[in-house]
Design a protein. Structure first.
Length: 362
């Protein structure tokens, strides 16, 4: 294991370029096991975006799976049914027309255009006649095919508290999958472990509780790639070739990836209803004073010694993290997808209810 350097040998904080790269990649930080109880994570070197970071003395073997087995998946789903799904069932699925729109072909009604409506549904004849923009509404199919595009790369194995982003991803998949299959809908999954030339495993869309348990079990048994940067665009490009019929697509990721995923995301949203489910942790936005911390990139193995006691470093990190937040919002807006942000510090049911209310107001 890598030790800590003495406090007298203080390394200078990373430069502005490294901080900007670190924030663009939303470096994930995890706790070290040392007496300092410091969080670990860090920026990449040069112009490469940083990935989720881990403590250099982390005892978990690289590439180890989180755990698998039908019993674990069933226990997870039972816990979610008691703690989350009972609160959401009926509230999220009570109105298909406002949650999952645009699947049917039968014309239903006309209404005035609202900001955020898809311009492809504009009725130009009515707009010209009434001099007020109007859009068409269609009668949606009662059965929905939903796909979960799951980023299970190294940066997702992070959590500054008791909950990791990977566990949050499993909870979200279990909740939405149970709600959808409970109403006769089909769900499928694409599991991406990260790394160079990694191809996502595909689970065909099927219905039923047993299929959902199989998906959760595969999630638990899929280990992150030992080395290699996340290429989220590969997952999105693969999904475009696999998904033939219009579906609801949940892209579940922390979006810590090499650049270039924005265009494939926009292309995917042209044919499907895409919802970006972004996994986040409070420590990715601001750093407490932990003193000197040795950081190791969870995906590339790069190491860096930083001085979190320096207030200038913490201020630059927060500013760069805010800039990245703004860049992500703009990227989702340009791609035409809604974004649901889930954090490891908040309750999942409240986040889902708030997201559903925002969609129903549109």
């Amino acid at each position: 294991m890598f030790g800590w350097r003495r406090a007298e040998r203080r390394a200078a904080p990373p430069g502005e370029q490294a901080l900007a790269a670190q924030a663009r990649a939303a470096a994930a930080w995890s706790r070290s096991g040392q007496a300092t109880d410091a969080a670990a994570g860090g920026p990449g070197s040069g112009g490469k975006p940083a990935k989720g970071m881990k403590a250099s003395n982390d005892a978990q073997p690289e590439g180890a799976a989180i755990g698998s087995g039908p019993g674990q998946a069933d226990a997870l789903l039972r816990r979610l049914e008691w703690t989350v799904i009972r609160r959401l069932d009926g509230l999220l699925q009570g109105d298909y027309r406002t949650l999952f729109r645009g699947f049917g072909l039968d014309f239903a009604d006309l209404r005035e255009y609202l900001p955020g409506d898809d311009v492809r549904y504009m009725d130009w004849n009515v707009t010209a006649r009434l001099q007020v923009p109007h859009v068409r509404e269609f009668q949606e199919d009662r059965e929905v095919a939903a796909w979960f595009l799951l980023d299970l790369s190294g940066s997702v194995d992070f959590g500054s508290g008791d909950v990791r982003k990977r566990a949050l991803s499993s909870d979200f998949t279990g909740v939405m999958g149970r709600l959808l299959t409970g109403h006769g809908n089909r769900i499928g999954g694409m599991l991406y472990s990260g790394g160079v030339d990694a191809r996502a495993a595909v689970l065909p869309a099927r219905t039923g509780r047993r299929h959902l348990l199989h998906l959760l079990d595969r999630m638990h048994g899929t280990a992150a790639a030992a080395r290699g940067e996340t290429r989220l665009r590969d997952l999105l490009d693969h999904a475009r070739g696999v998904l033939k019929r219009r579906s609801v697509v949940f892209v579940v990721s922390d979006f810590i990836s090499e650049p270039g995923w924005e265009v494939p995301l926009g292309l995917l949203s042209r044919h499907h209803e895409v919802i970006a489910v972004r996994l986040s942790d409070p420590l990715e936005l601001a750093w407490p004073d932990f003193g000197m911390v040795m950081l190791e990139d969870a995906e590339t193995g790069d190491q860096l010694l930083v001085d979190t006691h320096d207030p200038g470093f913490r201020a630059r990190f927060s500013a760069a993290a805010e800039a990245r937040e703004a860049e992500l919002k703009q990227a989702f807006a340009r791609s035409g997808v809604d974004c649901l942000t889930l954090t490891t510090a908040d309750r999942l049911d409240l986040a889902l209810l708030d997201f559903a209310r925002r969609r129903k107001r549109r």
